[in-house]
Design a protein around this ligand. Structure first.
Ligand code: FES
Length: 106
């Protein structure tokens, strides 16, 4: 388990105990964040699991694949250097202390 700070669309921040090996999206959903639709269930085809991650922390995450990049760049809320699709980020032990903010829906 690693601690991850999640801020919802109303600006409320909670710390969750995230399970290593699950995606960031699965961990957020498992902790009852209703703001995250995650419509495609993690197939990298909907962009409704979009999150912002602090830039310094984001730069240390595994690089995104082209599919993720294309979807994010189509989002009107895309922020270079901090946007990620949370279903494409697998939680590992190095992510303890990660700060994540849910992105508004397009
Ligand atoms: S849940 Fe659809 S792209 Fe992540």
């Amino acid at each position: 388990m690693v601690k991850i700070s999640v801020t919802d669309l109303e600006g409320q921040t909670s710390t969750i105990e995230a399970e290593v090996g699950l995606s960031l999206m699965e961990n957020i959903r498992n902790n009852d964040f209703d703001d995250m639709a995650a419509v495609c269930g993690g197939c990298c085809s909907c962009c409704t699991c979009h999150v912002f991650i602090e830039e310094e922390q984001c730069s240390k995450l595994p690089e995104m694949e082209d599919d993720e990049q294309y979807l994010l760049e189509d989002s009107e809320h895309f922020q270079s250097g901090s946007s990620r699709l949370s279903c494409q980020v697998e939680v590992d032990d190095s992510m303890d202390g990660l700060k994540v903010t849910l992105a508004p829906e397009d």
